[in-house]
Design a protein around this ligand. Structure first.
Ligand SMILES: *Cc1c(COP(=O)(O)O)cnc(C)c1O
Length: 389
């Protein structure tokens, strides 16, 4: 590791030189199967030909013009996002955390317009929303927040999946403007809420006039078997944040909204120099087109269900396995003990995986993996877990 990089990550001792589909090759030419997609980013796999072609073509035409002029590809992207989310308007930014910032700014401005002096946002325990100060303050991890005080105020925390807690807050407080929630929590270990939870949140928000914000940065874009994970429970948020897989590796995020939330900003109230430039916007359009053309939601649902079933068959009775859970190709295997050593052990077996919250093996493979690759992931992970027992 270079002495000139700040101390923010502890990388595995490997560097990749190239990739193709779900395969990666390191600098020595050794091949690995990718079961994490650069943290849920490269959903179409590496070096996807259509994505590569569109990036090369656009780079030769125009990378950046700035938002002081119209950007037709950004307009196209907004239309496609409206289509896949059933929402109305998008702000295009450069990352997930920026999409969250945008959602929070909308909430503040809409709250003030309703006469709330200090609009509050209900956020969940164990949530993850990003690393900038407001997103970090919304995040439900003391470990991530420690040392960065003073945090941004106005967040009220409730246990994930607990509707009673929300009802209690509603009774006690008049200053709430929104609920922010991940339909499936990612960083905290692939936690799936009880059925009906999101629909119940929608009902509460309607009753009290709160905005409902779904953070689909990790669970969105076909990963769980729908365009967006909340679409498993026919509910519509007021605001949705999306990023990670949106341009298959180019940095882009979006905050998509409807109704008052879509109309909250006036010119000058929000912006971004790089946001939605022709390169990333056109690439994101291609990614969405490929996801649709290749039925990746359906494919993720099918491959993921089969993998989950195989994991459950093989690991449910294992003494070190607490739970196998997930939806589509967003899979978590929680152990009863520290699983961090499995990252290196898997790497030695030619498999790249992730461990989150120390005990949860997290799998977010590219959505294009075939049956054989899925089977290889299951086989290697199960045998590593079995050796741990
Ligand atoms: C990754 C992630 C973020 C932050 O996105 P960045 O692109 O890293 O800024 C926010 N929310 C969720 C649910 C995420 O998984």
């Amino acid at each position: 590791m270079s002495d000139h990089l700040m101390n923010t990550y502890v990388p595995l001792p490997v560097a990749f030189a190239r990739g193709e589909g779900a395969w990666l090759w390191d600098e020595n030419g050794r091949r690995y199967l990718d079961a994490i997609s650069g943290l849920g980013v490269c959903s179409l796999g590496h070096a996807h030909p259509q994505v590569a072609d569109v990036i090369a073509d656009q780079a030769k035409k125009l990378l950046h013009s700035g938002n002081l002029v119209r950007i037709p590809w950004q307009e196209q992207l907004a239309e496609r996002l409206a289509d896949v989310t059933a929402l109305e308007k998008a702000f295009i930014c450069n990352s997930g955390t920026e999409a969250i910032e945008c959602a929070l700014k909308i909430t503040r401005i809409a709250g003030h317009r309703k006469g709330l002096d200090m609009p509050g946002v209900i956020v969940m325990e164990h949530s993850f929303h990003g690393r900038t100060l407001a997103a970090l303050s919304a995040t439900g991890s003391r470990k991530a927040q420690a040392g960065f005080e003073p945090l941004v105020g106005g967040f009220i925390r409730a246990p994930f999946g607990d509707l009673e807690a929300i009802a209690t807050i509603a009774k006690r407080r008049q200053d709430i403007a929104a609920i922010l929630v991940e339909p499936i929590q990612g960083e905290s270990g692939i936690r799936v809420p009880p059925p009906g939870y999101l629909a119940a949140l929608r009902k509460i928000c309607d009753e009290f006039g709160w905005l409902l914000i779904f953070d689909e940065i990790q669970c969105g874009l076909c990963r769980t078997g729908k365009w967006y994970a909340h679409q498993h429970e026919s509910v519509l948020p007021d605001i949705l944040t999306t990023a990670k897989a949106l341009a298959n590796g180019l940095p882009v995020g979006a905050c998509v909204a409807r109704g008052v939330a879509a109309e909250a900003f006036a010119p000058g109230q929000h912006g971004s120099t790089f946001g939605g430039n022709p390169l990333v916007s056109r690439t994101a359009c291609t990614v969405l087109d490929v996801m649709r053309a290749e039925n990746l939601a359906e494919r993720a649902d099918q491959t993921g269900s089969e993998m989950l079933e195989r994991f459950r068959q093989r690991l449910s009775a294992n003494a070190v396995v607490r739970e196998v859970r997930g939806r589509g190709l967003m899979i978590g295997i929680e152990l009863t003990l520290d699983a961090n050593h499995l990252k290196l052990a898997a790497l030695e077996r030619g498999l790249l995986l992730n461990v989150t919250q120390d005990r949860v093996i997290r799998l977010l493979p590219p959505l294009i993996i075939d049956a054989e690759q899925a089977e290889e992931i299951v086989e290697v992970v199960c045998s590593l877990v079995e050796q741990t027992a």
